[in-house]
Design a protein around this ligand. Structure first.
Ligand SMILES: Nc1ncnc2c1ncn2[C@@H]1O[C@H](COP(=O)(O)OP(=O)(O)OP(=O)(O)O)[C@@H](O)[C@H]1O
Ligand SMILES: Nc1ncnc2c1ncn2[C@@H]1O[C@H](COP(=O)(O)OP(=O)(O)OP(=O)(O)O)[C@@H](O)[C@H]1O
Ligand SMILES: [Mg+2]
Ligand SMILES: [Mg+2]
Lengths: 257, 257
């Protein structure tokens, strides 16, 4: 049975998509059958894996959420044998209003995943930078939440809101929701700010913070324009090394819980 | 009569708030009566100016949007004499669902601003990283849109969606909406990626792109933790110099249109 993990943080640009893609590819290279679901209308998980807009018309998470298609009919292959992708189509942006009237609007993704969970070891869900209906669907469908956290001042500000949202979901819609872990991203060892934020994050989240810290590394921001994960783009880079260590630490922690 | 400018880009972490704060302070220092409205539930424009969560209960943009308060009753002073702030309260996150049933749900902010436009030279609106109802209210209330654009691959991806949303608003809800300009942010002259994106942005937006480019500069990310704009935090930094030049270029362009 798949372990379902939602990658969420309503602060924008903290590395949700970068973590989703590089973790998903790491897991698939470790022979874990992995499914990546992109539920962000921006579709960055798709474009970062080389699946462009044109290939995504009419067959994506939007059609599944409004009940037009089964999830198994929209799953795409990727360059990586053990990694499959559920793309987002541009129409998703309008779905939030459409879904407001659904009786089980928070459970739509969870219900859709029931039929395929047995086919995968891990299901990752990339979410948009908001606490709206799509992220809510991710939190309800997931076993746990992976929180990428940029080492910057504004990131700490948003933590209270995110934890409040997780608590609300845990008290009602998804009683089993746990925090998988907090991953510090874009760390710049030359700045005091990064060191201060890391200290605060460790005080706040204690053992939930991964030991691996992802440094700021331009190769990570170049890889998506080539449609590959960091390991293919530049396996010697600091970014590749960090996401590789994170993958191992993630498996050790996730595998045991 | 105030010129109203909405700062928008649904891609997360591109420098919307950093631009909103540093432009608002620049304008106020140039004796322009300026109002900054924070309509992002994260409230980063507030915290970046030293207005913390506790000071914002019960008196913010949320109360205005649901009709409980007049906008003039929630305007706060800031450290800067000619800069006033409309804060966001935490309840805003829930307002989107509440407002779905309003007859003029896209015009609520525009209507609220009518009564105070004569008191200001500029009104700036900081928006969340999405194309939801709050950003839509900003696009309908504004005369023009200022688009901060990070020099990264995913930023270009989102441009088509943003321009489509602007076009839709222009065709119906706000016929006068114009593009004020595109500001390139977090530029790193050492990387090819930055150069490539800038090239593409200039091809795409032509004379709408500001000549001033904001470099990546850690002092910009440190300033908000002190609750001041970059000019006070470190006026000799590259970040202060860049936002100062941007302010002048902005006034030249905005003043003349
Ligand atoms: N460790 C890193 N070093 C340098 N650049 C990075 C790093 N991680 C991500 N980036 C770049 O920073 C930008 C933001 O990252 P990303 O898009 O993954 O964040 P996100 O949280 O998914 O954003 P959004 O909130 O818009 O969904 C991207 O251009 C990405 O390529
Ligand atoms: N030119 C810059 N150089 C370095 N850091 C910057 C720069 N501009 C902004 N930052 C930092 O990058 C992060 C993202 O910027 P900011 O929060 O202003 O973006 P945003 O578009 O408002 O994000 P959101 O989409 O979450 O609202 C912040 O931590 C900010 O301090
Ligand atoms: Mg993303
Ligand atoms: Mg912001």
């Amino acid at each position: 049975m798949a372990k379902t993990i939602v990658i969420a943080n309503q602060k924008g640009g903290v590395g949700k998509t970068t973590t989703a893609i590089n973790l998903a590819v790491f897991l698939s290279k470790d022979q874990k059958r992995t499914l990546l679901i992109d539920i962000d209308p921006q579709g960055n998980s798709c474009s970062g894996l080389g699946v462009n807009f044109k290939e995504r018309t009419g067959n994506g998470i939007y059609e599944v959420l409004i009940g037009k298609k089964q999830i198994k009919d929209v799953i795409l292959d990727t360059k990586y044998p053990d990694l499959k992708l559920v793309p987002v189509t541009l129409d998703l942006a309008g779905a939030q209003v459409e879904m407001m009237g659904f009786p089980r609007k928070e459970y739509v993704l969870k219900d859709a995943l029931e039929s395929i969970k047995k086919d995968y070891d891990f299901i990752l869900i990339d979410t948009p930078p908001s606490l709206g209906l799509f992220t809510l669907n991710g939190l309800v469908a997931a076993d746990s939440v992976l929180i990428p956290m940029q080492s910057e001042f504004y990131s700490m500000e948003g933590m209270a809101q995110l934890l409040k949202a997780i608590k609300i979901v845990k008290s009602g819609l998804n009683k089993n929701l746990a925090v998988e872990g907090v991953l510090i991203t874009m760390y710049d060892s030359r700045t005091n700010l990064s060191k201060q934020v890391v200290e605060e994050v460790k005080n706040y989240f204690k053992e939930n913070v991964y030991h691996t810290v992802i440094p700021r590394n331009v190769r990570l921001s170049e890889a998506p324009s080539h449609g590959v994960a960091i390991y293919e783009y530049d396996y010697k880079s600091q970014g590749a090394e960090a996401y590789f260590h994170f993958g191992k630490e993630f498996l050790k922690k996730a595998g045991s819980s």
